[in-house]
Write a protein that binds this ligand. Structure first.
Ligand code: ZN
Length: 359
């Protein structure tokens, strides 16, 4: 039996309208519409045809009903530039990732979410409190993805066919999710991850993101978390030179622009110095990239799971088999964050508790 919500979710995932799907499948629009509304159920050969076009297995379309993610509860960063169809595809991809995350939870022992609620604080205070609670001192954060994962955040890649969508985040049943666009510099990816953590900590689900003030707060939180006030002051960066700023940005592993902005925000450099530095950095290529930058961070959870499944002889296709996904689809969600999932062979079931997370 076809599950109507799964047909619709998968169609949105492939960024297809009902008309697109009707054209590709040569199934009349009215019939397809009836399938999606649950008014009519297709025969097995029809389900197979739809599954093939939508790049999932028939089993995926026949599993239990699936709830959609509420777009209002998601922190989309560049909503204005985002077409509705691409956003729907990224959100549907997010729903696929939830299925993968649930599978991971069923099969491995993962860190329990323990993010505090800091919505009563301004972003700077919230970042300071979090650094204290998580014992980060005034040191650079060596790996932001590993840090949030150790506190129970599930990190996935913005599906690799939705690269025009920026990072986003949401809570689902008390579990925080962050989706990172890995097609950016390592510094930008770290900042994005801290920015999304800011949304999760500061903004209530009901009014998650959507709005310039929320974006400014999340940016301010990310800057204060990655470049803590006392640590930056201790570096003696008052009226820093270009060389001093570049050395500092390497130390904190942030973009040169973010470092400059932070120093200006903290009133350590003058407006004049700030403007001149921005112009100089642009001419050195720091506006659109990060010369000699850091590598993008990987997910400890996803990497360990892929490795553990391979070592256990079941391979990542254990996930695909249970969920009805193709390996290609699985790879789109872990792209850049974990080793590419390849066919690993074997028929065994994964052992419970194979995975022990360390920070
Ligand atoms: Zn945002």
């Amino acid at each position: 039996m076809l599950t109507p919500s799964r047909l619709k979710l998968t169609r949105l995932r492939r960024a297809m309208t009902l008309t697109d799907l009707a054209r590709t499948s040569q199934i009349p629009l009215r019939t397809l519409s009836a399938y999606e509304n649950g008014e009519h159920s297709p025969k097995p050969d029809m389900v197979r045809r739809l599954a093939e076009i939508l790049e999932v297995t028939p089993a995926f379309l026949e599993r239990e009903e699936i709830e959609f993610i509420d777009p209002d509860a998601v922190s989309f960063r560049k909503l204005s530039k985002t077409t509705a169809r691409l956003r729907d595809s990224a959100l549907a991809a997010g729903r696929f990732a939830i299925e993968i995350a649930d599978w991971n939870d069923d099969n491995f022992r993962l860190p329990k979410p323990d993010l505090p609620t800091l919505d009563k604080h301004d972003p700077d205070t919230a970042a300071r409190i979090l650094r204290e609670r998580w014992g980060l001192g005034e040191q650079p954060i060596s790996n932001v993805v590993h840090l949030v994962e150790a506190h129970g955040v599930r990190v996935f890649s913005v599906a690799s066919d939705c690269r025009d969508i920026d990072a986003f985040s949401f809570y689902r049943d008390g579990v925080p999710f962050i989706f990172l666009n890995v097609g950016v510099s390592g510094e930008r990816q770290r900042f994005d991850c801290a920015h999304e953590l800011g949304h999760l900590l500061l903004h209530m689900e009901s009014d998650r993101a959507h709005g310039r003030d929320k974006e400014i707060e999340a940016n301010r939180f990310a800057a204060a978390l990655l470049m803590p006030e006392r640590g930056v002051i201790a570096q003696g960066l008052r009226e820093a030179t270009l060389e001093g700023i570049i050395a500092a940005k390497r130390y904190w592993m942030v973009s040169a622009m973010a470092m400059t902005h932070r120093l200006h925000e903290m009133r350590l450099i003058s407006d004049w110095n700030y403007r001149n530095t921005c112009v100089a950095l642009s001419s050195l290529g720091y506006r659109n990239g990060e010369p000699d930058g850091v590598n993008g961070e990987r997910s400890q959870v996803l990497s360990k799971i892929v490795r553990a499944l391979r070592e256990d002889g079941v391979g990542p296709e254990a996930i695909c088999k249970d969920l009805g996904l193709t390996l290609d689809e699985l790879n789109r969600h872990i792209f850049g964050l974990a080793p590419h999932a390849v066919r690993g062979g074997g028929q065994r079931s994964p052992r419970q508790g194979v995975l022990q997370m360390v920070q």
